[in-house]
Design a protein around this ligand. Sequence first.
Ligand code: FAD
Length: 392
Amino acid sequence: MSGAVRVVVVGGGYAGVMAADRLSGERAGHPRVRVTLVDPGARFTERIRLHQVAAGTRASAGVAWEEVLHPDVERVQDRVVGIDAAARAVVTGRGRRLGYDHLVYAVGSGEAPTTASSVTNATAAAATREEIAALAPGGTVTVVGAGATGVEVACALAVARADLEVTLVTASSPTTPLRRPAVARRLGRLGIGVEVGVVHPVTGAVSTAGGRRAAASATIWTAGLAVPRLAAASGLPTTGDGRLLVDATLTVRGDERIVAAGDAAAVDDPGAAHLRMSCATAIPLGAHAADVVLARLSGASAPRVDVGFLLQCLDLGGGHGHAQLVRPDDGDRWGARAGLGGHLGGAVKERVCAATLSWLTREARRPGSHRWPRGPRPVEGRGGDGARGLLG
Ligand SMILES: Cc1cc2nc3c(=O)[nH]c(=O)nc-3n(C[C@H](O)[C@H](O)[C@H](O)COP(=O)(O)OP(=O)(O)OC[C@H]3O[C@@H](n4cnc5c(N)ncnc54)[C@H](O)[C@@H]3O)c2cc1C
């Protein structure tokens, strides 16, 4: 493929894989693209399943790369340790230097400011599973954070190990999932305690209005996850928490050779203010980042991102779940009581999780095949220009 345009995708999560697939294959009107995906994993990780791995109800969240990647994508199993934007090259941990014409930055999230256990990546989830399996009946577990991941972890554990005492500790109450009556009822039925308090990131000690107590038998951190510092360390513009700052075309200001997508991207545009770190955001942003590169290669103007939500779903353990219809801006549609709970909610959640993987596998076979719902507000230039949105 000599003479092809070189695109390096850094990070093979939902955003990076979607971008790599969409850039691959032959497409009329576009120059041939040679895509290299750099990721340290031996397999693709379905991160949204990792609470099940930690609870021991699922053996693994790994998927063979061949299933999710277009056959033309060259995979480098390594970690990028530096981006030399001036020279248009990345350097990997094993000392490889990969030149690029365009770079897709998609390193995701997961680094937590704690020594506690977590479910943030495959290795951490496997270690947490071992820790939980070793707990004697009557053991206590603190799950730090009552956002979606915290609630899913607590429910998975309470179902898998009914002999443990599971408590969710949240710094602010009520969080979005806890505001939903059906979710609160499910937590109650599973005997999961909910406390407002602060957990010490090293000792695991819990401070609440009622006082301070020693760490539980196990502490699982799901709050305040940070992103890798790669962009900041490479001198690229970032937010305070290290996300790469991009404009509405997902492009770094002043360097149109670098686009970003997923948890590690911060889109500095009012039209993207509703976007939260999620798989639901990462997949369409990955597709959009690829579309921006393809537009530039064909001499067209880069499309602005236009992404809206449709559903928020939770896995509440044991086949139970909760599915809430939301507006494109992620606000509840018809109020917090309008969600679907129980086994029906669980079935919807499972369908959505399966869909995230099938979007990637289908994109690997037929690049460019997906479109998602659009964003919450009118976007300049919308209409047939590649602008799009997503399923949440
Ligand atoms: C237990 C759990 C449940 C979740 N459930 C949901 C859910 O139900 N719905 C939802 O929308 N979201 C959910 N999420 C959040 C979701 O998983 C993330 O938002 C999503 O994975 C972000 O996708 P991404 O592609 O940006 O990054 P990731 O999926 O994190 O992938 C990033 C990849 O980049 C790699 N990488 C990192 N640094 C480097 C480097 N320097 N060089 C090369 N590669 C690198 C990583 O190893 C990783 O493979 C959940 C998360 C967890 C942990």
